[in-house]
Design a protein around this ligand. Sequence first.
Ligand code: SAM
Length: 224
Amino acid sequence: MTAARETYTPALGHAALTPVYDAAIALMTRESVWRRAFLEQIAPAAGDVILDVGCGTGTLALLIKQAAPDATVIGLDPDAAILDRARDKSRRAALEVDFEQGFASDAARLADRKPNKIVSSLVFHQVPLEEKRAGLAAMHAALQTGGALHVADYGLQRTRLMRALFRQIQILDGVQNTTPNAEGIMVRIMAEAGFAKVVETSVIPTPTGSISFYRAMRKAGGAQ
Ligand SMILES: C[S@@+](CC[C@H](N)C(=O)[O-])C[C@H]1O[C@@H](n2cnc3c(N)ncnc32)[C@H](O)[C@@H]1O
């Protein structure tokens, strides 16, 4: 897989900030609250093959592997520097996760790994609209029939306070890519990518805007 053909927004908006990513996310997002709740939604189990799209420093992938040591966990991210950090964290934690370089729109190439769950956290808000759609379509193609998609990300900002707080993320990641998420586009584009039973399952207020959880399924028998 190559990351050369496209560009991407680095984890904290600027490559120079990547070394402080984990500390910043802990401060900016009530991380322990939403990560624990998201892990409960994913419910990793022995035998699962779980693909984490936009895995960043690998925090979620490693939590999944820790919760279900007999699951296979694969992390995918276009940023070679952040993947080095993820591999380093995985070595130090002695947790085996396979980290691969690629965009969300490359996910279909991992279909042969037969993921029955695809997860993604804090990624789509910083991705251009076209890549949000292409990424979700590739994730749908990669997912096993009957499998589940779980996404945690900044979504519809329902109150003036949350909308105002979300401007901090827009300063880091830019207005153009982030606005569709704040206006609540995720459910619609997940359904348009072919996912069934798309639901927003939780909304968690944080100091940088509300984070929504979504769940969707790949139905048997083709695109829907
Ligand atoms: C804010 S970080 C989130 C990292 C991690 N998922 C977490 O929960 O901490 C966003 C990540 O998405 C990655 N990314 C950016 N554009 C992407 C794309 N088009 N496809 C997949 N990942 C992308 C970045 O490299 C970065 O690691």
